[in-house]
Design a protein around this ligand. Structure first.
Ligand SMILES: *Cc1c(COP(=O)(O)O)cnc(C)c1O
Length: 510
């Protein structure tokens, strides 16, 4: 675990940044702050009955020696964790320009609603007469998402984008199987997010990569040559991961459907589409959404996500159970969970999805309304194009403008001239008080720097960020050693990346 902690505590201080300046910040372990006998709580004790522990647990499960816990006062605990939180980087502190992963500001009202006791104190096994509000919220959220993407129905079960992909692909598999057709291949475009081929492989498919053209879009000739009777579906991201709209999408959909295949849209990032256009109208049969990106739930560091899946008419019978149904009777409207779906692919998750994330997304959509959602996308697109226009003089843009909500620069110029790689530029941004953008993705751009400012940043913030990247371009010319050694102002300096990745591998395999 310590490797994770170490890596997550990037902190960035600079006069230009809104962060507090304190280069020497270090924090002791809470165990080192501990003093014997110090307490952060009081219990009256007198009126509580004595309850010997071994009356609750068999004695073989009881600890023989007291647990070694830190003994600290309330103020010490609070200050310790506030100091740690200040050392970390988060979207409440400053811009988080992660391309593809949409780290937008998350309105606090989302947390207010999801903390309401009627939601937060529910138990998933409560009888549905007592959970009508929660069921109504889920039903209405699915309806709103359905409308936003123009699909026939939506399931809220999957717990993340990749999980939504797996769900969508299993639906496609079931569709072909139920028609007696065995198709073994899935086509994935080469700019796709890595989860696309991973999910396809997990569902048992052979993955065939489709090339992009010099415009950065799907190469139709390559696609045509790979569409044979064995292809179950094409997975596409639109706008794709370099921020470009697949303008031939209607032709692509026709080619795919004429081949008896289905069309899957990776809709993890819908920040350019809301209220403007819909995957369903483009001919997609399946789409997954990332509520924790487009619809504002804090994410990163493995936090809970939600990856609902929308489907076209053809796939309705196969949706995961349970389905939430709305029943209109003479006594009024009620909501219930239906398991009566003989052709369903089954359950994708315990219970009904990550409910708190659903409440946040519901709140976000209701607060904005249809016009507000459209403005989200319009502003995300304007912000990305403004930022790009400021950076173009110093950084290469491998594929032509205009972009939608994100863009992908290349650090090739800096690497060739001065030996400064994209990794170094990203590290140096930490010194300027910014989180690094997504780097080295998509794989089709060499030394990729992929930036998505989102609609929630002001022009002033975008300018400070652009100034930082422009100064780093200067530094790469005048003082490359500085950029190569960055970050220099963070509590944790440059890590031994090879060692860190070995440690991470160990952590992940534990
Ligand atoms: C983030 C992302 C995913 C995966 O979503 P997770 O919730 O991280 O599993 C898939 N595709 C794209 C384009 C993404 O940006």
């Amino acid at each position: 675990m310590s490797a994770f902690l170490y890596i997550e505590t990037h902190v960035s201080y600079n006069e230009k940044s809104p962060c507090v300046s304190n280069n020497t910040m270090r924090e002791k372990l809470i165990f080192d702050l501990s003093r014997s006998g110090r307490k952060g709580y009081t219990l009256s004790g007198d009126d509580l009955p004595e309850m010997p522990l071994d009356s609750i647990l068999p004695s073989r499960f009881l600890r023989q020696t007291p647990a070694e816990l830190p003994e600290v006062s309330e103020s010490e605990v609070v200050r310790h964790f506030v100091r740690l939180s200040n050392m970390n980087y988060h979207v409440d502190k400053n811009m988080y320009p992660l391309g593809s992963c949409t780290m937008k500001y998350n309105p606090k009202i989302n947390d207010y609603t999801c903390d309401l006791p009627g939601f937060s104190a529910l138990h998933p096994l409560q009888p549905s007469e007592t959970t009508q509000g929660a069921l109504q919220l889920m039903y209405e959220l699915a309806e709103m998402l359905r409308e936003i993407a123009g699909m026939a129905a939506v399931t809220l079960q999957p717990a993340a984008g990749a999980h939504g992909e797996l769900t969508g692909i299993l639906l496609i598999k079931k569709y072909h199987e139920s028609r007696g057709s065995k198709r073994s291949k899935l086509l994935v475009v080469d700019s796709a997010h890595g989860t696309n081929p991973a999910s396809a492989a997990l569902a048992g498919y052979q993955i065939i990569s489709v090339a992009g053209n010099s415009d950065g879009r799907t190469d139709l000739d390559d696609l045509r040559s790979k569409l044979d009777g064995d292809v179950a579906a094409l997975m596409l991201t639109n706008p794709n991961t370099i921020g470009l709209f697949e303008k031939d999408i209607l032709r692509i959909a026709k080619m795919v459907h004429d081949n008896g295949s289905l069309l899957y849209m990776d809709g993890a990032n819908m920040n350019a589409l809301l209220g403007i256009t819909r995957p369903g109208d483009m001919g997609f049969d399946v789409v997954h959404y990332n509520l924790h990106k487009t619809f504002s739930t804090p994410h990163g560091g493995g936090g809970p996500g939600s990856g609902p899946v929308g489907v076209s008419e053809k796939l309705l019978p196969y949706l995961p159970v349970p389905i939430i149904e709305k029943n209109e009777t003479a006594e009024g409207t009620t909501y219930s969970l239906s398991y009566d779906r003989p052709e369903s692919i089954g359950r994708m998750m315990n219970f009904y999805g990550n409910f708190a994330v659903l409440v946040r997304a519901y709140t976000y959509i209701r607060m904005l309304g249809p016009d507000g959602l459209r403005r989200v996308s319009e502003n995300a697109i304007i912000n990305a194009n403004y930022l790009l226009s400021r950076l173009l003089e110093r950084y290469d843009l491998p594929y032509p403008k205009p972009v939608l909500h994100e863009f992908c620069l290349s650090g090739d110029r800096q690497k060739k001239a001065h030996g400064v790689r994209t990794l170094d530029i990203a590290k140096r941004l930490l010194d300027y008080g910014f989180h690094a953008p997504t780097i080295y993705f998509p794989l089709i751009v060499s030394e990729a720097i992929m930036i998505e400012p989102t609609e929630t940043e002001s022009k002033e913030t975008l300018d400070v960020f652009a100034d930082a990247l422009l100064s780093i371009a200067d530094e790469a010319e005048t003082n490359p050693a500085l950029v190569l050694s960055a970050p220099v102002t963070t509590p944790v300096k440059r890590l031994d990346e090879a060692l860190a990745s070995r440690q991470l591998n160990i952590c992940c395999s534990l």
